[in-house]
Each structure stands twice: as C-alpha cells, then as structure tokens.
Design a protein around this ligand. Sequence first.
Ligand code: GUN
Ligand code: FE
Length: 555
Amino acid sequence: MAEAKQIMPDVLSIARSVQPIMLKSNNPQLQLPGEERKFVLVIMGTYYHTPTYGRLDVLRDVVLVVQEGKIVRIANGHEETEVQEEFGLAEVRQLKAGQYFMPGFIDTHVHAPQYQFTGTGTDVPLMEWLRKYTFPAECSFQDLEAARHRYSLLVKRFLANGTTTAMYYGSLHLQPNLVLVDSIERLGQRAVVGKVNMDRLSADDYIEDTADGLRDAEEFVTYTLGKKCSRIQPCITPRFIPTCTPELMKGLAEIAQKYGCHIQSHISECCGEVNCVREMHPEYASDAAVFEEMGLLTNRTVMAHGTLLSDDDIRHLARRGTAVSHCPLSNFMFGDAFFMVNHALSLGLKVGLGTDVAGGISPSMLSAQRMAVVNSRCIRAHKLAVSGGTTVTPEMEKDVITFKEALWLATVGGAQALDLADVVGTFEVGKDFDALLVDTNLSGTSGPFDVFEGEDDDQRFEKFINLGDDRNLIEVYVQGVCVKRGDEFLLDGSNVSVKATEDDSDRIMSAPTPVEPEAAYLDLAHRADSSDEAASVDVGAAAEQSEPPTKRSRF
Ligand code: GUN
Ligand code: FE
C-alpha cells in the first residue's frame, strides 16, 4: 500500500475516497489505459444472488475481483493469497460478519418526473389520474432549473434504495429529458431512458405535433448515444396507445429500428385503458395487436403492467422477445386485475419488476418485491374465494411466489427484460459489478430490524429482503464504482445527500395544482369505464385469437 502511494499519490488518494480498496495491479494484462483502470477492487466476503428462478445461491467467503468495472475472478477464500499475488495486491478487504453483497436492483418501470408526487394523489382511476395529477406535474419540468434539482433528488433516492439500473420514462418536452440523462450520467446510475411521446388525447399544453414528436424523439436518441456512456441507453417511448396516433407509433418504431433502441410503453393495464383502445381501434383484438401492427414489439421492448393480456397476447409477446414489467403496487392502485407472474413465465414471457413511480407509491424495489409476493398470495386467495371451498389445491398454489422468486424478478428478470442479461443481475465472471453492500448489523432504532442470537447468514439476508430498507445499504456500486457510501453520493460534485438540506427546502417543489379533468377527455375515460357489454374487457374472447391480427388502421 505504501509503495502504491509513492507511485501515484494523487490518483490513489482520489481512488481511495471513492472505493474501499482500489489497489494498483502489477499484472501487465490488467494495465488498461486511463489511471483509474489500473486499479482493481477486491473484496472477500459472502455474496447472495439468484441465477436460477426460485433459488437463492450463496457464494460464501469468496474473493471477488473487479477490474475496469467487470468481475474478472471469483475465488475461494482459501485462495486469497494466490489472488493477492496474481493481482499484485497489498491487501484484500474483508467484509464484517453480517455484511453481504447482492446484485443491484433493476427497476423496469419508473416515471422520472412523477417522483415529486409519489405517495400522493391516488384517489381517481388511471385515465383521470393522468389528467389531474400526472400531465401537469410532467409539464412543469419545462423549468429546467427545477428539472435539474428534482432529477438529482430522484436519481439519488433510487440509488439510495439500491436501484442501480432503472428504465425511466421522462416527460414530453425534449430539454428536460436531456437534463434527466445528464443527472443519471453524473451520479453514476445505469439506465435506459426515454422521451415520452404523445400526439393526441392529452392536455392542450402537454401534447406534441406528430412531426415535432418524431424529430424530438430522434434528437433525444442521438443526444444520449452521443454521450458514449455505456451505462445509459436511449429508449423510444410512446406513452400508451390512447395518446399516440398510428402515424406517431409507426414513426417511432422506425426510429427504434434505425438506432437499435429499446422501446417502452404500457399494455393492457386496466379496464379504462383497454376499453379506450377498443373504442379507438375496434379493428384490433387487443393492445398487443395494435402494438404488433405499429412495429413496436421487439426483443428490446418492455411493456408495463399487462394484467389484462390474454394468453395468446402473452405468447405473442414472448415470440417477439418483448418483456412485461410487473408493477404489483401500481396494479393494486390502478389496475383491475392481477398479473400472474408464474403463468406468464410458463408461457415463455420475459418478466421484470417495476415500481411504476408514481402509479406505485414507493420508489423502493424492496417494496416492489414484497408487493409481488403479496400480489401472488392474493391470486391464491381469489381462486379459493371463487371456488367457494376451504381447500387450497395445487392449482391455486401455482402463482404463489416467495421472496427468492421476487428477488430474481428484481435482478435477473429485470436484466433479461432490458437485454442486459449478459451484463448485470448476478455475480459471474465477465459481468459488470453492480452491487449493494447490505449491512444487517444495525441495531435498535438505527436499523429497520433486529437480529437475534443464533440467526445465521441466510436468515439475516432473508430478514433484510423482507424487513430491510435503504439504511441497510451502506455501499452502492455501478460498473465497479462505489457511487454511494453512507449518506455520500461519491460522484456528485456537490455531494448533496438524499436528506433534505436547507437549500432543498427553499426549493421544495411547488407541485402543480391538480386540474379538473376536461369534459372531452373525461367522457372518453368514462365511456371506456362503462360496463357496456361491447366495450367491457373480455380476456376470453381475445384469447380465442391465436395470433394478434394485423389489421388495417382506420387512420
Ligand atoms: N399509462 C399511461 N401513462 C401512464 C403513467 O404515467 N402511469 C401509469 N401507471 N400508467 C400509465
Ligand atoms: Fe407507468
């Protein structure tokens, strides 16, 4: 260590301020361009992850080596000395008892500009909620200084909660989305980010002309790609079918194809939305059929919700390689049906987990995992209730998931959904080190739970998943870089913590006043919500179609 200090005192002191152990490697193969790449991160301890759905694997007392952000070696603890020699290390950091690494969470559905009103305004159905709370809030991001401040808080809050990767929706206007990308880049998160597009059925001051929308979407893509930041990828984002003309959707699909971009939208989310689409596009059997015709179902598409997808819709998405973001909390708030995770997986669908801030009222992926477990038990309860009996049959158990499956959804499932399965989600040689250091030693009121004598590592880790929160996440890593330690965001020049500062309270966001929905818009939502037989959701009928029909658009 002393020798390394003599060699490069400045770089080492900077590196040590952001990394627990970053030592100069003497291995010539590991001497990469750029001072910071000459350092490796080596930590001995216990690592939990879920490479297989339903199984929690533990790498106990291993030495994990990270070079240039990637895991290059996972050795047994007794090989510590060999690893030390191989990498020319002066020392290896040892985790304390009760501390574990786990993969960072991957949130596959977040509305970045809705973070400001998360936890409020859930009193009305989805179509009205958009008009009353969401569009005004998103529109207010045209104030770029406010956007900068709010997005900084957003990214910090998500990182603090262990979300190392997020799939973000931005807002309609181009500029605030660039601020969002800048904030993500600056704070070190990994993300897939999209500028929202909508050219119909929105508020007068929150809608775009089709041609402008397409131009801005492409500009957003080229701006983001121009950063050449391997952590951040642009995404094409038609908000959902009701707010997008076929011309817009087809144009967006072309941009996605031109740049090989991800695509995100909402699909078969609730009765109001599904019925609205049926009225607008009676020639299509389902949302999936519309998206198919528009060219928006690709192996880089993530569709949120999907609670009202028929089995044939699910099979079709699976054939296209399209994923669904399961958002259990927001489905409870705004959906009318359950998303059946195990059933969808059994049909070959890729499934990730999402908070759907602010439709979901928590930015925490721990909360999303717990909600996914509760959601699955609600399905069992529902089946039992419908049976009218008191016997829980194996069929009723099928959709019940445990914390292990929920954790898989929050890590591996998300990675698969975002086409990042080779990059993140588990601890494997060749993958990037996106990881959370969990400390279960916080006692009394300094932590969210207590540990008792005799509880082993597995029990402590399970307690963290079920009871823990951001206090337990003492270090957060993205691409091998510690982006947060304790209250400090290490890549943030200003080093502002998530905790409110005086500066923050001065700028407490003047939340836009909720607007009363306009009659024309409400009419449509209400008609869509009506129990009129022709308009009502009939999943069975849709299921009869073996392939979503590709019919002529009426526009
Ligand atoms: N459908 C269209 N837009 C949205 C949104 O912002 N949130 C949710 N939950 N559903 C939507
Ligand atoms: Fe959403």
